[in-house]
Design a protein around this ligand. Structure first.
Ligand SMILES: C[S@@+](CC[C@H](N)C(=O)[O-])C[C@H]1O[C@@H](n2cnc3c(N)ncnc32)[C@H](O)[C@@H]1O
Length: 258
């Protein structure tokens, strides 16, 4: 597509999205009710690139279950009173379910998206939420957390941003604590023309202006090979493991702080 035509197509796409969100919010009004907390469609879209209500709840529940499987794989138990951090929690799609299933854990969430954090504060009882910048630091003391997980966050970060975040996540994890991070599965990037570059160099970062004004400009799409992920994690963590397709089209890497 020619540059001008592409620009017009992207602007039209964003206008259609905004119209769709208004319609979805009219049909299912956002709510902070404890029994059925529903974020506005624009916040659901920002975590899923899909604003469907059904998708928001089913993916959140499935992700919470799969993270528990990953904890079991790592032989890790989240005991009552433990502290857990959802890094890049968005509007709480996963945290919502985990906090219901384990109400005696001290749940924290952090995200660059201030509007989503505001919604979490009003809608997820028992959670403690903060807004962070695109790069470290986070506002937590060393060794604050037993568990840190990041679902579909590193999938959007450049290699430089990922390299900046790994030591920071290590800093706030307690010794012996567990880190879970998701990455695009091989089947997602294998059909792309960049696949051989991912194989050879381990990392490809794809950018597009399509969602300009809806998502931050530095928030794009990362494709990584399993060996490069394991290498990057092994520089900061121990007992690095890898669960292919743990989250469907995303794999989950597990690692401990020594
Ligand atoms: C695809 S969404 C997933 C949200 C949530 N983890 C879930 O699974 O529903 C990615 C989230 O990561 C957040 N994010 C991206 N970069 C971040 C960063 N450097 N620090 C904290 N959050 C970040 C985005 O704002 C967004 O909420």
């Amino acid at each position: 597509m020619r540059p001008l035509a592409r620009k017009l197509y992207h602007a039209l796409y964003r206008a259609c999205l905004r119209a769709q969100w208004r319609m979805l919010d009219w049909r299912n009004p956002p709510s902070s009710r404890a029994d059925f907390p529903l974020p506005p469609a624009r916040l659901r879209f920002r975590v899923a690139e899909n604003a469907s209500v059904l998708n928001f709840f089913t993916v959140g529940l499935r992700t919470a279950e799969r993270l528990q499987e990953a904890m079991a794989y790592a032989d890790f138990q989240l005991h009552d009173g433990a502290a857990a951090l959802d890094f890049g929690c968005g509007c709480g799609r996963t945290l919502l379910w985990l906090a219901r299933q384990s109400p005696d854990v001290r749940w924290h969430g952090t995200d660059v998206d201030a509007e989503s954090i505001e919604w979490c504060r009003a809608s997820i009882p028992g959670g403690v939420f903060s807004v962070n910048g695109p790069l470290p630091p986070l506002p937590y003391a060393d060794g604050s957390f037993d568990l840190i997980y990041g679902v579909s966050v590193f999938t959007h970060l450049s290699e430089e941003h990922q390299q900046a975040w790994l030591p920071e996540l290590r800093r706030i994890l307690r010794p012996g604590g567990l880190l879970l991070l998701s990455f695009h599965s091989r089947n997602v990037w294998q059909p792309l023309e960049d696949a051989s570059v991912v194989e050879r160099e381990g990392f490809v970062f794809r950018t597009s202006p399509k969602l300009k004004g809806i998502l931050p400009e530095w928030y794009q799409t990362a494709f990584q090979s399993q060996p490069s992920i394991v290498n990057a994690l092994s520089a900061h963590f121990t007992d690095v493991g890898y669960l292919e397709h743990n989250l469907g089209d995303q794999d989950v890497a597990v690692a401990r702080r020594a």
